[in-house]
Design a protein around this ligand. Structure first.
Ligand code: ADP
Length: 498
């Protein structure tokens, strides 16, 4: 009686151990991010993990514990070219060989690499089943295809100007031409050479943005100034009247000023390029919730409705007779879209059709209130140096707010109360000295200011800065950020003591 009970107990313990092992194995197989299917030696489906269900669309209940032949029936309507998949599967369960083949699952389309290998007993090598592993390679294949397509497009685009350059060079070496003809050919060559340079530069820009290695430096930015600067950069080219209409209280946006200048330049120069008859261009902005939308409206050639969704694609150019003479790379808007997307914004275009002008727009996020508080205001256009200053000030326990130009700093001064300012004198647009005067008028003489500049200052200039309450004038060099942070920290400590 006791013996039977103990044998019973052992049996129950062994059963429990086996169940536990199976449960652990199932949990392990389910946790793996590849599809795993086990077929036992009686050709019955013994394991079917979650990923196998996700990849094939076949739930475990439909196949688990059933003959492997149901697998064929279940998968037949879901796979491309079933006969060849079936042939592969039949071969795969043959004697101890590893078999690998790709399959394509339909709706949603997935490309899956399958490998089938025998499961053997370690003691004597007897085959006790087969392991099928399913690996989803859809994303990798798509990336490969996109890369190939891009390389194809780029080589095609580069070939045209290159062929023209080589062709004209050969022609001029082979024959003698009048001076006038030579000039004309050289002019064409120069144009094609420039186009080649533009293509390569644009392409590298785009690759940099897409590869993620061209990092943008986001900080509070004044759009009014960026727009004015972009328009000033375009001056000198064919004149269209550019009207700027911005709301008075346009808030600061979170942006990399240089990158936004590139977007503005692209959209403004397009507005000009594609308005060959001239015609006014209007730059406007409006605030929608926590976004600012900037629009560039022209009265030029317009865009046909079927082209609108493709305008921001790489190398897309509208093919119409009226713009055959207008040169371009078809990459500008693709670059603009990428830049705006990295900012978390959106781009778009509207047009009432050919000949009816167009409106291109982009959105940027308004600077959130908590991003404009800090102990020290850094007015510095050199992003690298600004970041270094930020780090050195942080070492001294001070937080900072960065303004890339004097206009953004003006805006910030109206909004925040910094305890100190680090100021560069050579700024794009308004000078540092002028900003200092405005700062003193707004905040009085008490605010400590440290000047860091590459500008060669003579004695009278340094003296003028000193008399307007600048606590230190430092020459910009590698250690200057650390020195500036120390001067700021000391000035603030002195203030507290007083
Ligand atoms: P491109 O170097 O060709 O100007 P973009 O990427 O800047 O390249 O623009 C793509 C295409 O969009 C242009 O070729 C042009 O056909 C169309 N496009 C862009 N801006 C305008 C505009 N303001 N008016 C009409 N068409 C435009």
């Amino acid at each position: 009686m006791t013996e039977v009970t103990s044998a019973d107990g052992e049996l129950r313990t062994a059963k429990l151990a086996a169940e536990t092992r199976l449960a652990l194995l199932t949990a392990l197989v389910d946790a793996i991010s590849v599809g795993v299917i086990l077929i036992d030696r009686d050709l019955v489906v013994a394991q079917w993990n979650k990923e196998a269900s996700r990849l094939t669309g076949i739930p475990a209940e439909k196949v688990l514990g059933r003959p492997a032949s149901v697998l064929g029936e279940a998968i037949a309507p879901r796979v491309e070219d079933f006969p060849s998949v079936q042939a592969h599967l039949q071969d795969a369960f043959g004697p101890a060989a590893i078999s690998e083949f790709p399959i394509t699952i339909l709706e949603p389309r997935r490309e899956i690499d399958i490998s089938v290998s025998p499961a053997v007993l370690p003691s004597d090598g007897t085959q006790i089943g087969s392991v099928i592993v399913l690996h989803d390679s859809t994303a990798a294949r798509e990336l490969e295809r996109a890369k190939d397509e891009l390389i194809g497009m780029v080589s095609h685009e580069l070939r045209t100007p290159l062929a023209s350059l080589v062709g004209f060079t050969e022609l001029m070496l082979d024959r003698t031409f009048s001076e006038e003809q030579q000039k004309q050919y050289l002019g064409t060559m120069l144009k094609e050479g420039r186009r080649l340079t533009d293509l390569i530069n644009d392409f590298l820009d785009l690759q940099g943005l897409e590869g993620g290695y061209k990092k943008l430096d986001l900080g509070p930015a004044e759009l009014r100034t960026a727009i004015a600067r972009a328009i000033a950069t375009l001056e000198g080219e064919a004149q269209n009247q550019i009207e700027v209409d911005l709301p008075k209280d346009l808030p600061l946006v979170m942006a990399d000023t240089n990158a936004i200048m590139q977007v503005l330049l692209n959209m403004l120069s397009n507005a000009r390029k594609y308005s060959p008859e001239g015609g006014p261009i209007k730059v406007s902005a409006r605030v929608v919730d926590d976004l600012v939308e900037v629009s560039i409206q022209d009265n030029g050639l317009g865009v046909p409705s079927e082209a609108l969704p493709k305008l921001f694609n790489k190398f897309f150019r509208v093919a119409s007779p009226d713009r055959r003479q207008i040169s371009g790379t078809g990459l500008g808007l693709a670059i603009s879209r990428r830049i705006i997307e990295v900012h978390g914004g959106r781009v778009g275009a509207e047009s009432a059709g050919l000949g009816h002008g167009s409106r291109f727009y982009f959105t940027l996020r308004v600077v959130p209130a908590d991003a404009t508080s800090g102990d020290v205001l850094l007015v510095e256009d050199d992003v690298g140096f600004a970041r270094l200053l930020e780090a050195e000030l942080a070492v001294n326990g001070l937080s900072s707010v960065w303004a890339p130009d004097a206009e953004t700093a003006d805006h910030l001064i109206g909004q925040i109360a910094p305890r100190a300012v680090v100021l560069d004198l050579m700024l794009p647009g308004g000078s540092g000295e002028d900003f200092l005067a405005r700062l003193r008028a707004a905040k009085g003489d008490g605010l400590p200011v440290v000047v860091v500049t590459i500008k060669e200052l003579d004695v009278s200039e340094t003296l003028a800065l000193r008399t307007s309450g600048v606590v230190a004038v430092l020459k910009k060099h590698s250690g200057a950020a650390k020195e500036a942070a120390l001067f700021v920290s000391e000035a603030l400590t002195r203030q507290v003591r007083r």
